[in-house]
Design a binder for this molecule. Structure first.
Ligand SMILES: CC(C)=CCC/C(C)=C/CC/C(C)=C/COP(=O)(O)OP(=O)(O)O
Length: 286
């Protein structure tokens, strides 16, 4: 941790907690630290039920846990953190639950813009990932403002997946690549090609569109692939999340409901990553 970051972390964590965090950090940083951790925030409703409180408060507790994870990831040196905040399928939940989640989203996104918010104090860039046109206008506008306001922050990046599903992302990226190629072919036609050659070009479209073209149009293009995916509540399903980006990713599934996740779970997750790291690297090279 640099000196200026030290001061910042001290302000945020308090000196004794900072001392403990620094010691833990020193031990952990002997091994590799994941560059990018993605989270599936599972178990907010079950937490609410367990605590005998309204579902809405379970989501609020979930948001607080997101902010704690963001702080710990920052101190550990994790550069990218992605959260699955709202899937396209979540629109099928009870209307009042969807409404509550959208209101909470709006309130919290607007909160991110405050000078004293965690993202501003830490210099975190916030990026919203997904089919943003499915969001209500106030939420979309707030998300766009937050992206604009934090665009020059470089310490770390928080990617918030909303109105997201991996299959939707892939379809969008393939369609956008086809569209782009089609425009290129039209341009070629205007400049030099005969119609007969255009037909040939279209027939060969499957050879023209390359992996990199599709990846350029992914919503997640801003971040490298995650090194580790943490899904709370002991579930090991991917639930249509980052299917394209998790080919070599380590899945970690602590038996804890998302609002209960804390520093110790993150440390266990990183230790698990460090134990698996040589194996993961070997697999990547095959
Ligand atoms: C602004 C911002 C980043 C907000 C994030 C708020 C938040 C905690 C969203 C989680 C949403 C969600 C649909 C979780 C899924 O499981 P569930 O909790 O419904 O799980 P369960 O039914 O399995 O308990």
């Amino acid at each position: 941790m640099s000196k200026s970051m030290d001061g910042l972390a001290e302000k945020l964590f308090g000196s004794s907690l900072l001392h403990m965090l620094k010691s833990l950090f020193r031990i952990l940083s002997v091994g590799p630290i994941p560059n990018h951790i993605a989270f599936i925030l599972d178990g907010n409703r079950r937490y609410a039920k367990k605590q005998n409180m309204a579902v809405s408060n379970g989501y609020r507790a979930g948001f607080m846990a997101v902010m704690s994870m963001l702080k710990y990831c920052y101190v550990l040196g994790v550069k990218y953190m992605t959260i699955y905040a709202f899937s396209i399928d979540n629109f099928k939940r009870r209307p009042e639950e969807v409404q509550y989640l959208m209101d909470l989203m709006l309130e919290k996104i607007e909160g991110l813009l405050h000078k004293e918010s965690v993202v501003n104090q830490y210099g975190v860039r916030v990026h919203f990932v997904g089919n943003l046109k499915l969001l209500s206008e106030p939420v979309r506008v707030a998300a766009e403002k937050a992206m604009e306001a934090t665009a020059n922050n470089t310490n770390s990046t928080l990617l918030i997946c909303v109105a997201y599903s991996s299959t939707d992302e892939i379809v969008h990226a393939v369609q956008a690549s086809c569209h782009e190629k089609w425009n290129e072919i039209q341009e070629l036609n205007a400049n030099q090609l005969q119609n007969v050659e255009i037909t040939k070009e279209i027939q060969e479209l499957n050879q023209i569109i390359k992996l990199v073209d599709i990846e350029r149009h992914m919503y997640m293009r801003l971040a490298p692939d995650p090194d580790m995916l943490i899904r709370t509540s002991g579930e090991t399903r991917l639930s249509n999340f980052l299917l394209w980006q998790t080919t070599s990713c380590l899945l970690y599934s602590p038996k804890v409901l998302f609002p209960e996740i804390g520093l110790r779970h993150l440390i266990w997750a990183v230790l698990h990553f460090q134990r698996q790291y040589p194996h993961l690297e070997k697999k990547k090279q095959l």
